[in-house]
Design a protein. Structure first.
Length: 341
């Protein structure tokens, strides 16, 4: 059942989730529903490769219904071309979802557990990273959304590379930004040319986007942000960083955006201070590049793009990004301006 095709059924889903102290995640694309005598007794949803909004009525929770629901969700995902699946859950549901064939990846204690439907996928991914490992110390890393790539990103990477024996750069893969992953990756690849001792990596499912992190079983937004940061950064610390020998993670200072500034603080907690079997990673904040006293940011570029102000944009982005933006929005500009970015 697709939510847009059956609004009356969504009301039943909302009630069942509420009975289980869960909320409806509006990003769910399609649901599997289980009914008896017209009553909804179980549901589960898919948001591309993530299973969400799983609920079973209490009187049916000890029966085989949960396994049947899991089988139907996995089969539906396969029919939609999604074979590598993830599932976020409260930690007390670990055994339930292990019965579905999911394996724990990382946990923020007492809050959220991330699982995937493969016992070897994360190891296979890390093995592929090890082939790109470079000797030396320090080994740095930066993770970019680059929506789009700016002179600020270039400044950060130049300063980081100058302090390291080698730099590894990742681009967030999730398509939850103004520009697609393929566009953003191409702009980064073009924008980093000339920076020595640097490897640009393809994005992966293991760098978690804030935009797609579920909050339907975590009521408090502060808890949601804390949990997203923990999952994302512990995955990095415990799997990605050891595979590449990363010792330092670089990030720009954030004077304007509170959420990003808080994430920089979370980095020091999860990468350096939190208990973990993996080595601690140093977090290095690089002062944000600025022009006329104002920090260079991708959000500023997007605002100027919406206004069609390419004279201002060219001072904030490298030539490759400027050419891309001019080409992509040429038709809108000819018609009198860019309505939205």
């Amino acid at each position: 059942m697709r939510p847009q095709d059956a609004p009356h059924e969504i009301e039943d889903v909302w009630r069942l989730l509420a009975d289980r102290q869960l909320e409806l995640d509006t990003r769910v694309e399609i649901f599997v529903l289980c009914r008896t005598k017209g009553r909804l007794i179980a549901c589960g949803g898919l948001d591309r490769k993530v299973i969400k909004c799983v609920a079973v009525a209490p009187e049916y929770s000890g029966q085989s219904l949960s396994l049947r629901l899991g089988s139907e969700l996995i089969a539906l995902a396969a029919a939609r071309g999604q074979f590598h699946l993830f599932l976020y859950s409260a930690p007390y549901n670990r055994e339930l979802f292990q019965g579905w064939g999911f394996y724990p990846l990382v946990e923020v204690p007492r809050l959220v557990l991330l699982m995937e439907n493969s016992p070897v996928a994360i190891q296979t991914y890390c093995d592929s990273l090890r082939s790109k490992r470079r000797a030396g110390n320090p080994i740095g890393c930066a993770v970019l959304n680059a929506n789009p790539f700016t002179l600020g990103h270039r400044f950060l990477l130049e300063r980081a590379a100058a302090q390291c024996e080698w730099m590894h750069v990742f681009v967030v893969q999730e398509d939850a930004s103004t520009f697609s992953y393929s566009e953003r990756f191409a702009l980064v690849a073009q924008g980093i040319q000339g920076i020595r001792r640097l490897t640009l990596h393809e994005g992966s499912d293991y760098i978690i986007s804030r935009a797609t992190f579920p909050g339907y079983f975590l009521k408090d937004k502060v808890v949601v942000d804390h949990s997203w940061a923990g999952i994302d950064l512990l995955l990095f610390r415990e799997h990605i960083a050891p595979a590449l020998g990363i010792t330092h993670r670089f990030v720009g200072t954030e004077p304007l955006d509170t959420i990003t500034s808080n994430y920089n603080v979370d980095m020091r907690n999860w990468l350096r201070d939190a208990p973990s079997g993996a080595p601690a990673i140093s977090v290095v904040e690089v002062p944000r590049a600025s022009i006329n006293g104002r920090p260079i940011s991708a959000s500023a570029v997007r605002k100027l793009l919406a206004e069609g102000d390419f004279d201002a944009i060219q001072r904030l982005v490298p030539p490759g990004t400027l050419k891309f933006l001019q080409t992509k929005y040429a038709a809108a500009l000819a018609a009198g301006g860019v309505e939205r970015a």
